[in-house]
Design a protein around this ligand. Structure first.
Ligand code: T5A
Length: 211
């Protein structure tokens, strides 16, 4: 049996990741599963949710970083089983978010290499689509922006720089596609995402690769 493809949609807060992963999931039915990170309903995910939504709940930057990574490890065996069964798996955020948001905090001795280390050994996506915007102040126009801990425009600018540097340093340009969604409707972004996914689905499946 040919294995399924691991497709990741990454991006800054409120750039439309959830909208686009849900549309893609409908298009790839029935052999597909969508996983959104952080997965907030696991034991570790519940602590992460408390940290993101309650500004009075404090954790050292290192601790919350390791919890985000542990949350990805919680589901790794499940994802590998799905892919081996021939199902495509769509991820809404993953390793790149983990590294970019933590490194953007500029905590001493917590550079991107440190941040990547607990994720070493996780499965590498076959395709990563990064939703980016020119004008980050426009994020606040989207519903709900500002409700959670990291939704501050000045911090998002630092996160954007970290993502761009990460893609240059740890990714293969064939696997990562940057989509600028500035001024584009949901339908226009959907078309651009589908163009990349269609190309991937026409390619022969490869051996699993890991971070
Ligand atoms: N985080 C995450 C870490 O620090 N480390 C990690 O390891 C991980 C995995 C929560 C936070 O956790 C951090 C990053 C985050 O700060 P999250 O739950 O993914 O992560 O939070 P958000 O990114 O804020 O996710 P959202 O679901 O809130 O935003 P989306 O998915 O990017 O945006 P979406 O699709 O929900 O759309 C937001 C609004 O915009 C509209 C939608 O209808 C919706 O109202 N919209 C558009 N409007 C106009 N034009 C378009 N093209 C639009 N696309 C969507």
């Amino acid at each position: 049996m040919t294995r399924g493809q691991l497709i990741l949609i990454e991006g800054l807060d409120r750039t439309g990741k959830t909208t686009q992963t849900e549309i893609l999931c409908k298009k790839l039915q029935p052999k597909v599963e969508l996983i959104k990170y952080p997965k907030r309903d696991t034991p570790i995910g519940k602590i992460i949710n408390e940290y993101l939504t309650n500004l009075d709940y404090s954790l050292p930057n290192q601790s919350i970083h390791l919890l985000f990574s542990a949350n990805r490890w919680e589901l790794m065996d499940h994802i590998i089983s799905l892919l081996k069964e021939g199902k495509n798996v769509i991820l809404d955020r993953y390793v790149y978010s983990g590294v970019a948001y933590s490194a953007a905090k500029e905590t001493p001795r917590m550079d991107w290499q440190w941040c990547l280390s607990p994720d070493k050994g996780l499965l590498r996506p076959d395709l990563t689509i990064f939703l980016t915007q020119d004008d980050l102040t426009r994020q606040s126009d989207r519903n709900g922006f500002g409700d959670e801990r990291y939704e501050i425009s000045s911090f998002q600018q630092k996160v954007k720089s970290q993502f761009e540097s990460l893609f240059r340093n740890i990714s293969d340009s064939n696997e990562v596609k940057l989509l600028n969604v500035s001024g584009k409707s949901i339908e226009e972004v959907e078309t651009l995402v589908w163009e990349q996914v269609e190309l991937l689905l026409k390619q022969p499946n490869q051996e699993f690769k890991y971070f």
